[in-house]
Design a protein around this ligand. Structure first.
Ligand SMILES: *Cc1c(COP(=O)(O)O)cnc(C)c1O
Length: 394
């Protein structure tokens, strides 16, 4: 018999973890239990189901404690949180914002919402987040300091922020990225949508930059049904976020006066009640997800041609989505692996199409994106629900 091909080896390695069950094994399923039902019932019973009420306050306090951040503003989506964070920083028309091309589309969409233009930078091979060395080299070549602003030499536009994304829960190299941002006096923003509960050098994701955004979409590690949050230790910026995110209404006993075009981005209480329960269970989710990740890591040790992506040095990952990197790097070879997995009931997915290839971003400025281009043909996400760990016998 001939040696099994890569697709068969990958299926076998995943099956060694998940067992022989018929599946299908979805990529990531939320776990909604009695605590969630209890809080939602309490919320409904109190009558405070909309954007004010005790559950929003309790949620913001819980997230602040979890992420080690003073100020939290809960929003209706992670994308809204990211937009709000950039708007509060003063990013707008005529600016550029450096973002990773290897990310979910929301990272770049949020930049576009402000009127600014995404400027795509390359990923690091190991963290899958922005590569600080490549970013420094790129900015040294492409940018210039002018009257205190960092500008793109080619376009003349101000580089108003750098958004870092912690891919699949693995923290990016924040110290080195902060050094690059400081060299140019540009604020660093975390798209921490995927990284709730992860940490870097002992500090929680969401507390590693000037301002951060979280997501609580249905497929994230903790869900509000839909939702997000803006996190910052900067009190002035926090006040700006709160004002802009709640329609820029001036506080008054009865008058409706708004002093600028704000956004109706507040998270409703019903969603906050659901999410508070999820946040209280987060430690347990992470514990089980990390055990599942350890199983995958061990199983893929024996597969030549596919590496399991472990947490970067100095980081503790929530392992939101388990990821393998294939040694092959062509789409047809990757797709053969995906086809084999999916037809076996293992609902694996490829990484996102790099953002600079999407039609609305095709004319945006970019750094050299060769690592991103290559990784996009190599990365596959594997089923990662915390409940999968419960199927295992250990
Ligand atoms: C999920 C996600 C977001 C925000 O998504 P929403 O669905 O708007 O909550 C932003 N960036 C990244 C990288 C994400 O994975």
């Amino acid at each position: 018999m001939s040696k099994p091909g890569l697709p068969e080896q990958v299926v076998a390695a995943v099956r060694a973890v998940l067992g022989d069950g018929a599946g299908p094994f979805p990529l990531h399923e939320p776990e909604i239990g009695p605590l969630e039902a209890q809080y939602i019932n309490e919320c409904v019973g109190s009558g405070w189901v909309s954007t004010v009420g005790p559950f929003v306050d309790r949620l913001e306090a819980a997230l602040g404690e979890l992420c080690g951040v003073e100020n939290v503003f809960a929003t209706s989506a992670g994308t809204a949180a990211l937009h709000l964070a950039l708007a509060a920083l003063g990013v707008g028309e005529g600016d550029e914002v450096i973002v990773p091309s290897l990310s979910f589309v929301a990272t770049a969409n949020a930049v576009s919402y402000t009127g600014a233009i995404p400027h795509f930078a390359d990923a690091d091979e190991w963290t899958l987040g922005l590569d600080p060395r490549a970013l420094k080299k790129h900015m040294d070549e492409a940018c210039v300091m002018q009257a205190g602003d960092c500008r793109n030499k080619a376009t003349g536009r101000r580089i108003a922020a750098i958004v870092v994304m912690h891919a699949f829960g693995h923290p990016a190299e924040m110290d080195a990225l902060q050094d690059v941002a400081d060299q140019w006096g540009v604020p660093l923003v975390e798209d921490a949508a995927e990284a709730l509960g992860s940490s870097y050098e002992g500090k929680p994701a969401g507390s590693l930059s000037r301002i951060a955004a979280l997501s609580f979409n249905g497929n994230k590690i903790a869900t509000a049904g839909g939702g997000g949050a803006v996190l910052t230790n900067d009190a002035e910026l926090a006040a700006r976020v709160r004002h802009l995110g709640s329609t820029a209404k001036l506080p008054h006993k009865w008058e409706y006066v708004h002093d600028e075009t704000g956004f109706n981005y507040r998270m409703p209480s019903l969603n906050a009640a659901l999410l508070l329960a999820q946040v209280e269970r987060l430690d347990d989710f992470i514990k089980r997800k990390r055990r599942l990740a350890a199983r995958y890591a061990a199983s893929f040790c024996s597969v030549q041609g596919a590496d399991f992506m472990g947490q970067p040095p100095g980081a503790r990952s929530n392992y939101w989505l388990n990821t393998i990197r294939l040694a092959v790097a062509t789409r047809p070879e990757r797709d053969a692996v995906l086809e084999a997995l999916i037809s076996d009931g293992i609902l694996a997915r490829p990484v996102w199409e790099p953002l600079h290839n999407l039609p609305m971003f095709r004319t945006c400025p970019t750094a050299d994106l060769s690592v991103t281009e290559r990784l996009s043909g190599q990365l596959i996400n594997l089923p990662s629900s915390p409940k999968l760990q419960d199927l295992l016998h250990d």
